[in-house]
Design a protein around this ligand. Structure first.
Ligand code: SF4
Ligand code: SF4
Ligand code: SF4
Length: 311
């Protein structure tokens, strides 16, 4: 296969995506077919060097507590396994590389932006939605803080900001939807110095992943994590060792409506008649929204100004 120039590929992808599917109406994944042009990201763990620049860029782009980039060269954080939380929407973890002990394997974690997201199915007020471009996004105005999404997600990704229990806030990777509106790449991908993250159409990314595996069978196992897991995910991974040894959950290919349906079924069947429930939820949403307006909080945009977002 003809080699793609990465910068050209990324530039084309960013322009195409900003002009295409992004910004279209949000859809429930189970209800409609996703755009053929929906995005995908390849994490090539063989070329990730564990610099943690992606962690810094993500925090900076989302106005989360951070410090200077140099401080991210601290590798002592790898002593413990970490998960994304409300202070860091993406984190790296380090694993032993039996083939080359001097070069550990680093695996980046964030929301996988599932093709059929269980969190979206579980959210009874539509605060989480799957966009046609493939991203799964959270709506501050609608969220009532029930945390069903946290229970439903098989990757255990959405995190709750317990310091904001009066004003519920669910944190997870949003695929940098604000940056992409202006044609920018997601911050973590933009900053990656070693081309370990590749962003484009999911179908193109998948083809490139297969090509890398085919060309380097001694480097990669013949498996793309995320191609089919629970119906497929937007983020996909290739690696030199099996993914269960990299702590990626061993999920089947079936979508995961079971948990989210069970949550909703439990509510509707055993606790509250639907009309009463929606009346209650509507009241909670109204109160929540007006509380934010009264406090002067900008409920439309939780991101800093674009100028401040520049890396
Ligand atoms: S990884 Fe979890 S939070 Fe992200 S889309 Fe999938 S179910 Fe939702
Ligand atoms: S906390 Fe509840 S309302 Fe908010 S996004 Fe999660 S499931 Fe939806
Ligand atoms: S795509 Fe954006 S929100 Fe998601 S991990 Fe990367 S920088 Fe963070």
């Amino acid at each position: 296969m003809k080699n793609l120039n990465r910068r050209n590929f990324l530039k084309t992808a960013a322009i195409g995506i900003s002009a295409g599917a992004l910004g279209t109406t949000s859809v429930k994944a189970a209800d409609k077919t996703l755009s053929e042009d929906r995005v995908g990201i390849l994490v090539d763990t063989d070329v990730c060097v564990g610099c943690r620049h992606c962690e810094w860029a993500c925090r900076t782009a989302h106005n989360l507590p951070s410090s200077d980039l140099e401080s991210y060269s601290d590798i002592s954080v790898f002593k413990e396994y970490r998960r994304p939380d409300c202070t860091s929407l993406t984190v790296l973890n380090e694993f032993k590389n039996e083939k080359n002990p001097l070069l550990p394997i680093y695996v980046k974690l964030q929301c996988m932006h599932c093709e059929k997201p269980a969190c979206v199915s579980a959210c009874i007020v539509g605060a989480l939605s799957k966009r046609e471009d493939g991203s799964v996004v959270w709506d501050d105005d609608k969220c009532i803080g029930c945390r069903y999404c946290m229970v439903a997600c098989q990757f255990q990704i959405p995190t709750y900001d317990y310091n904001k229990s009066i004003d519920p806030h669910i944190w997870k990777c949003d695929l940098c939807s604000e940056r992409r509106k202006s044609g920018q790449l997601p911050a973590c991908i933009d900053i990656c110095p070693n081309e370990a993250l590749l962003f484009g159409k999911r179908s193109d990314v998948l083809r490139i992943a297969k090509d890398r595996i085919r060309r380097k069978p001694d480097v990669y196992i013949d498996y793309i994590y995320g191609e089919d897991e629970i119906g497929g995910t937007s983020w996909m991974y290739i690696a030199g060792k099996s993914f269960d040894k990299l702590k990626m959950p061993p999920l089947g290919t079936d979508t995961a409506p079971g948990i989210s349906e069970a949550i909703q079924h439990g509510i509707f069947s055993y606790f509250v008649p639907p009309v009463a429930l929606f009346a209650l939820l509507g009241t909670l949403m109204w109160v929540n929204k007006h509380r934010k307006i009264d406090s002067g909080e900008n409920s439309e945009n939780t991101y800093p100004d674009k100028e401040e977002n520049k890396l």
